[in-house]
Design a protein around this ligand. Structure first.
Ligand SMILES: *[C@@H]1O[C@H](CO)[C@@H](O)[C@H](O)[C@H]1NC(C)=O
Length: 1000
């Protein structure tokens, strides 16, 4: 197991390795045993004193208090913390010296006395070094010296060590217990970190009602919020937020805004942020460090419209700039209309130019003495503002342009090559939580870190790396995703598509102090939960999202959830009690709660289906829905009651039964349908349903055939390459009578998983699998099955069923995917061949997307190289078919691609080309051109590509039965292909498409 960790770190491109696994990606410098090359933090019950300088930043002084108490949490020994100067140094054998270069006179003395080379640190934003220095000061033989290049360099250095010592950044926010060690050392060579990949890395608390707001009201107020706003987000609350941010090495923050106003709610808030070392911003729609709409509602006079009310709004911004001028602030420029809506369209560009010019004047006037170009400023190109930009509106060069995603994790636009030399650079505003079309998602974790990595690796490659801000809703329960986002921004070079999963294993080891094997299991659980919640957000589920009749889709979804839930339960049960709360919050609750909701929707679907089939089992499904609906609340309660109610209200978010895009006022039970349990169906006690059909027999049913009565005898078709290898028949009770059933056939080559059984009111439904002994079938053969039911006191009933078995055979020398059930379905990563061009290869993004993974042209640097159809990198899939659509010589090829957007601008729309054999590549642009700043029409809606988390690229091609090769050609970068389905006539509706075909 030890070696697998060595391997992970090697993958991460890191050489440093000690026995610590309490770090995620960063170089490790902590040890729990002494050796010749370690320095003692605590050993034999003695803590090494921590020395500071009284002239260092107050924020560094504050973090040092955390640092000392973290050491105490780990070891039980609290080291002393004192301000010293070199000339009045107490007598010590060794010390930990912490301070900021250029600020701490103590550090200056160490640098001089020990002749330390710190040139690599000077002027380096947030970087630090830490190492043992011999004879650092007169009279001191050795010290572990931690030097930050600036305030946050020092703070991050201490928290980086704390994390490796065993104190999780989430110790308070997710109740992660500290792994204790009585002996604590650092390596003499220590740790260092250069400037982070992304300059400003932060979080946005948003749409915080009901959960975060109700929770904070209970925990941080006496029941009433701030006098003017009612907000509970005071400095007691924010102290916890800011400490978390710093422990996660974040530096930037947009405060909660919907019924809050950061600087008004608590006049301590702004001071606190600056004291901690957090750079405050405001959201895209709140210019000049002022909450909109709340502050405008409180203090505004006249309309929020610069064309009508410029004088008042100008002064409104002067006042807010005055308020924050002594705090580290990143100013948001621009303006949106009332209620986060566009400005009125006419003359918006000229007006915004005036607004930005006036905002510049305000900054120059209020913060005089600073060159306005050195004041951090951002202009967010959100929605229509991106359109203004495309139409020529520009901000000054030193202003950072903040590009945005589509609110669903697909970045709309990256800086193009000619936009990359701006001194202000560019950044990205990204969402893990959203209120809006086509539906809110704000209940539970539903973003894949594989996708986050994929999108943000583009941000790195295309230099959108000045600001990364993540909308995190209520903050919980997105802990893992948040940490990945910030960790990636801290050092992007560590992570690549092949090691993203090791982020989760390292995280699980750090949070739960578990074995690498168990951590791997946790990473599977997290991968499953986020994959399944991302491929359709739980808020968007309904009772027929997953097919109830085709491809065993609903059953497979549930079986997978069940297995994941069981795994989570067994891990939860195996953990010591001190770890259970953290595991519940971070892993177990998301699994249980998501599974419950999914299970409830599918049971709701089956209750309606079975009722329409006149089957008694409808009622059992209806009961299940009621139980699961109650259970959903139980899990919420369990969360709220954890640790004596520490997280009361944090799961208040409603999430079942949306009536439109906005959250429902109450969770409402999904519809259930029942049959009269005491009354028998007209056709008798025996009911039969078939795989692939909504119909039921005997008797009438609208889904048997077009007219619904006097339909032909139902049939099951078989071929050699059915993905499941069999078909099922559901036998059910048509009422209160128990009966015995039997299946017989007129051939020897049919096999039944069970040929006889009993249906009772307690077990009102049984599934029988039918398979074919292909050694006994030549070509196409027919058979008949008779299903008979005998209920006491009633005449025997029976239902005939035809079977058509087609013994299809691919040639023995063929290698590839073979048509079965009228389709060839292929996971994109399972290519037969892969051809690189100019060093670019279709490469796998493991874990990405709805089913197995995705493939995308890689590497994809910033150069934006593209190809004409047929000249670029290609992947090939060998397949074999027996049929064409309706015998007409055609098939459809559906390429399922991820819903990434035309982020290279309008003239570089995303495209792929597909071809079969030597046919001409057929080009498809699959994301339509958009009105600037808007999304294409098929993006939206409950069946749009955002809701479905996929775009289907459908091409009809001439493909005669036989062996073929499908080729997918790169045209534009960043296209991600997940799955390919070739329909030869048998494809039925489903959410995920047919399961993968058999490969020979
Ligand atoms: C060090 O000095 C600063 C500035 O005077 C003070 O705020 C802080 O409390 C002192 N720290 C200790 C540990 O005495």
């Amino acid at each position: 197991m030890f070696y697998s960790w060595r391997w992970y770190y090697a993958l991460a491109g890191l050489v440093a390795f000690t026995d610590s696994v309490l770090a995620i990606g960063q170089a490790s410098c902590v040890a729990f045993k002494s050796s010749a090359s370690t320095f003692s933090i605590v050993s034999n019950g003695k803590g090494t004193p921590i020395l500071l300088s009284s002239d260092d930043w107050p924020g560094v002084q504050r973090a040092a208090i955390d640092f000392a108490s973290d050491i105490q949490k780990v070891t039980g020994v609290k080291p002393t913390l004192s301000n010293v100067t070199a000339d009045k140094l107490p007598k010590l054998s060794s010390a930990i010296i912490v301070g900021t270069l250029g600020k701490s006179s103590l550090i200056q003395q160490v640098v001089l006395h020990a002749n330390l080379s710190v040139s690599a640190l000077e002027g380096q934003w947030e970087s630090f070094i830490a190492k043992e220095v011999k004879n650092p000061l007169p009279g001191l033989s050795s010290a572990y010296v931690i030097i930050g290049a600036d305030k946050r360099g020092s703070i991050f250095a201490m928290y980086d060590h704390s994390e490796q010592f065993g104190v999780s950044p989430w110790y308070w926010w997710a109740d992660v217990p500290t792994t204790t060690n009585s002996q604590l050392f650092v390596t003499s060579e220590g740790c260092a970190h250069g400037s982070p990949s992304v300059k400003y890395r932060g979080l946005f608390l948003n749409d915080e009602q009901p959960s975060l707001q109700n929770w904070a009201m209970e925990k941080f107020t006496n029941g009433t919020g701030a006098a003017l706003t009612g907000s509970p987000f005071n400095h007691f609350f924010y102290a916890n937020v800011f400490e978390l941010l710093l422990r996660l090495k974040a530096n930037y923050f947009w405060p909660a805004q919907w019924s809050s106003a950061f600087y008004v709610d608590d006049t301590m808030n702004g001071f606190l942020a600056d004291f901690y070392g957090i750079v405050m911003g405001t959201s895209h729609e709140e210019p000049m460090a002022r909450s909109i709409p709340v502050e405008w509602t409180l203090f505004g006079v006249g309309p929020w419209d610069y064309s009508e009310n410029a004088d008042f709004i100008y002064q409104f911004w002067v006042n807010s700039t005055e308020r924050v001028k002594n705090f580290e602030t990143l100013f948001t420029l621009g303006m949106r209309g009332d209620g986060d809506l566009p400005l009125s369209q006419d003359g918006s560009i000229q007006l915004l130019e005036t607004i930005i010019a006036n905002q510049t004047t305000i900054l120059e006037t209020v913060i005089n003495g600073t060159n306005v170009e050195d004041i951090p400023q951002m202009w967010c190109l959100y929605k229509e503002v991106e359109g203004y930009y495309d139409n020529g509106l520009r901000a000054p060069d030193y202003v950072t342009l903040l590009w945005t995603d589509d609110n669903w994790g697909n970045i709309r636009r990256f800086p193009l090559i000619d936009e990359r030399n701006r001194t202000g650079g560019a950044g990205v505003y990204y969402h893990y939580d959203y209120v809006g079309d086509p539906r809110d998602y704000k209940w539970i974790t539903s973003s894949q870190i594989e996708k986050t990595h994929e999108q943000l690796s583009l941000a790195i490659a295309r230099q959108a790396d000045r600001i990364w801000i993540l909308n995190v809703g209520d903050l919980k329960p997105y802990e893992l995703g948040i940490e990945f986002f910030l960790t990636y921004g801290w050092n992007a070079s560590v992570w690549n598509p092949n090691n993203v999963n090791t982020f989760v294993t390292s995280w699980a080891q750090r949070e739960f102090d578990m074995s690498p094997a168990d951590a791997l299991l946790v990473s599977h659980i997290i991968a499953n939960v986020t994959r399944w919640n991302n491929r359709r957000k739980p808020e968007l589920l309904n009772s027929t999202t997953y097919s109830l009749t085709n491809y065993r889709e609903a059953e497979t979804v549930l079986a997978n959830w069940q297995a994941t839930s069981d795994l989570s339960t067994s891990l939860y049960n195996s953990l010591s009690s001190d770890k259970k709360a953290a595991f519940f919050e971070l892993v177990h609750h998301p699994v249980q709660a998501s599974f419950t909701v999914q299970n409830m929707w599918i049971a709701s679907g089956f209750s309606a289906l079975r009722a329409s089939q006149a089957m008694l089992s409808a009622n059992g499904y209806a009961d299940q829905v009621e139980d699961l609906f109650a259970q959903d609340y139980e899990f919420e309660q369990q969360y709220h009651q954890l640790l004596d109610g520490k997280w009361d209200h944090m799961m208040d978010q409603t999430h079942v039964m949306y009536y439109y895009w906005q959250q429902p006022q109450a969770n409402t039970m999904p519809p259930v349908t029942r049959v009269q349990a005491k009354k028998q169906a007209l056709a008798g006690p025996l009911r039969m349903g078939l795989e692939g059909s909504l119909g039921a027999w005997p008797g009438d049913n609208p889904n048997q055939c077009a007219q619904g009565y006097s339909c032909p005898t139902p049939a099951l078709t078989f071929d050699t390459y059915l993905p499941f290898g069999n078909r099922y028949i559901d036998i059910g009770a048509g009422g209160p009578s128990s009966f015995k059933f039997s299946l017989t056939s007129n051939v020897t080559w049919l096999h039944f998983s069970t040929a006889a059984g009993t249906i009772t009111t307690d077990a009102p439904e049984q599934r029988v699998y039918v398979s074919v002994d292909w050694s006994k079938v030549t070509g196409v053969e027919n058979a008949a099955i008779l299903i008979t039911g005998n209920a006491t006191g009633q005449p025997s009933t029976s239902q005939p069923l035809l079977v058509v078995a087609n013994h299809t055979v691919a040639p023995s020398d063929f290698r590839g995917f073979v048509e079965g059930d009228g389709a060839v379905s292929i996971e994109a990563a399972h290519a037969s061949r892969n051809t690189s061009v100019d060093g670019i290869t279709w490469s796998e993004l493991p874990g990405y997307g709805r089913t197995a993974s995705g493939i995308t042209p890689w590497p994809r640097g910033g150069d934006e190289k593209n190809f004409t159809a047929g000249s670029g990198p290609s992947v090939e899939y060998d397949f074999y078919t027996f049929n064409t659509l309706g015998g007409g010589g055609n098939v459809t090829v559906t390429t399922f691609v991820a819903p990434t957007l035309n982020a290279l601008g309008d003239d570089r729309a995303l495209k792929i080309a597909v071809s079969v054999d030597s046919g001409e590549p057929v080009i498809t642009q699959f994301i339509a051109d958009e009105v600037p700043g808007s999304v294409p029409p098929d993006w939206d809606g409950l069946d749009g590509f955002i809701a479905n988390s996929i775009v289907s690229v459908v091409n009809t091609l001439d493909v005669a039965p036989g062996a073929h090769t499908l080729k997918i050609w790169m045209i534009e970068p960043t296209v991600i292909v997940e799955k390919i389905v070739i329909n030869t006539g048998g494809v039925l509706p489903s959410y995920l498409g047919p399961p993968e075909s058999i490969k020979v």
